[in-house]
Design a protein around this ligand. Sequence first.
Ligand code: C5P
Length: 315
Amino acid sequence: MTEAWGPDDDKPRRSAGPVRVRVPAKINLHLGVGPLRSDGYHELNTVYHAISLFDELTARAGDTLTLTMEGEGAGELALDESNLIIRAARALATEARVPAHARLHLRKSIPLAGGLAGGSADAAATLLACDLLWGTGLSRDELGEIGATLGSDVPFLLHGGTALGTGHGEAVSPILARPTTWHWVVAIADGGLATPEVYRELDRLRAGGSAPVALGPADALMAALRQRDPAVLGAVLGNDLQAAALALRPHLADVLKTGAEAGALAGIVSGSGPTCVFLTADGAHAQTVAAALADAGVCREAVTARGPMPGARVI
Ligand code: C5P
């Protein structure tokens, strides 16, 4: 990670509850998508970056496993056994051989199906909160192994910072660089995009020869991070899924154009979209770009965010 958040140095062992965990959203500074593998995933070369847009999960002792939620997407997200939070709690309980008993409550700010890994973030928060509530005593890496079976981004969201992701995104290694804060504008769209659909669209574009050349490894991005200059970083941001997201949502081109005209250093679709993120020079510049995007009415909401942020943490 960019900062020295030790893997487990700050991780308590057990709590009588309630346990409250804050977890960030992620963006991908570089998302290089390789070929489709036989297991249905694409091989990735990605640089993850955790930003200051957070969900909060509270776990309390209970006699069964229940989930309630408020905030972004409340009423739209199923709270039953299909929910990634419930699945995360059950997966941990099975692994640790404890009863899956907890009352979970989610305060959601990360938009659903937005390309910001909100679902994976909530799964990461659940693993950490239930580990503590149940005293299962697993390390972040062990929680990450369970998490990788739930969503490709879960291991990263347990660690946070800025990190290289390989495999299908689940193999995470820290990027060592001097601490730098980057300032972002996050343009949140109306409605979401289903991640598998965006990957399928990329496969279609590639099969038809109309996809841009694949990005490949993240060497240029890693070198730019070390220079700590937002203009340098802006020049190398890249996302292989962007062409597919734009094909499915042509309107995103207007969002990117508006951000560029407002003076952003760079703008890309975040992950599988439809959220777009813009790099800016500093906090004041981010406010200006966010206001311009909001005024233009090209997105549901434009918010400023900083990164990198730590991963899931007890608060
Ligand atoms: O792991 P996650 O739940 O985010 O993946 C959702 C879907 O996105 C996968 O089932 C797959 O269709 C697609 N995906 C992929 N390659 C990846 C990650 C995700 O094709 N590396």
